[in-house]
Design a protein around this ligand. Sequence first.
Ligand SMILES: Nc1ncnc2c1ncn2[C@@H]1O[C@H](COP(=O)(O)OP(=O)(O)OP(=O)(O)O)[C@@H](O)[C@H]1O
Ligand SMILES: [Mg+2]
Length: 396
Amino acid sequence: MDPELGSNIVELGMATGATVSPDGFVTIGIKLTIGGCPLRSQIKKDVETRIASHPGVREVVVDWGEMTSEERSEVMLKARWNARQQAPDTAVPATTRVVAIASGKGGVGKSSVTVNLAAAIADLGYTVGILDADIWGFSVPRMMGVSGRLAGGKSAEGKGHIVPHEKAVGRGIVKVVSTGLLVEDEGTALMWRGLMLTKAVEQFLRDVAWGDLDYLLIDMPPGTGDVQMGLARMLPRTDLVIITTPAQAAQKVAIRAADMARRSFLRVAGVIENMSWFECDHGERYELFGAGGGRALAEEIGVELLGQVPLEPALAAGGDSGEPVSLQGTGPAAEALRAIAQRIVTETVPPVAMAGCSARLLESVEAILGPKPASPALAPASPEPEPEPEPVVPQV
Ligand SMILES: Nc1ncnc2c1ncn2[C@@H]1O[C@H](COP(=O)(O)OP(=O)(O)OP(=O)(O)O)[C@@H](O)[C@H]1O
Ligand SMILES: [Mg+2]
């Protein structure tokens, strides 16, 4: 997926070819919209991780090219077209980076990490949505300190939608949607079957008026399965961050989550190790759950270890009181979480900056094409009949 255009690079015509040698060396040709595209390294990493996951591949080399201005306008037309086609499926803006926090097994700290990262990223000045995809084990509302039933509203076209709860957090905003905000009280059990869980997540993606959103963090339910598959179908541009504990046994289970991601073509963006150690008042570290699981997992699936979060009572207390420790906390867990948030926005999953290459071009094309058609039925059946755009001159 082109990280900015949200469409797949083969369909966009950016992938020019692939050669595979009998001894497992693969060369992939990719033409960038602009040679110096700042997302080049991310595209490279995505292509390499996906191709390398196929059995028998020993090395992946990307052979770069640059598009002519004609090719570039054609790509932008297709990207715009795809964006329009996909629009009815989700209400998540095309410019939102989507990060799902997943794990192989339960209780490793997915929800704690999700709310703490959301708070820390918001504090950097971003608008961050949290989708609590743990439909019946929801814990985001309490951890984030939001309560009260979600309200409904109507769009300008008269379509009903759910309005997320909004909370000012540091220098930014956090928006929250959870089934915990739909039931009468926290104690209400939701005994739903797999299919209904997937439907609920689909509805949260399709019918929530998210509005402006730089990031959408998705707190996944424990384990792998229906919800992840549904997510892959609805939002194939989702990046997955896998949480694990330091125990080697936990790592084995976490690999299954990574495998599942690969099979549904989601990108694994990194690993976070949680509950890494406990540091006592004298500064001594106790590795209560063993050591090395996070790094071993990251190496095994070929991604970065984004950070290690120690065990700290303040983190659990912050979850209970609805004040994420990453916001004001001074301890090592708060610092680790803030450092991970920083790394996510600068390196691992940077925001779609409108000053970037493709996104900026996309804006120009959008201006030329005019407003989006009111209904997909009015739109032509293929990208070709779109009006001829002026050649778009890159400004970067
Ligand atoms: N680093 C930490 N230090 C102290 N307590 C922690 C830490 N991480 C998580 N916890 C606590 O461990 C418990 C489980 O964490 P959490 O609910 O975030 O896990 P989860 O993976 O979302 O669980 P589930 O699979 O049930 O959704 C919570 O009580 C939380 O406060
Ligand atoms: Mg949870």
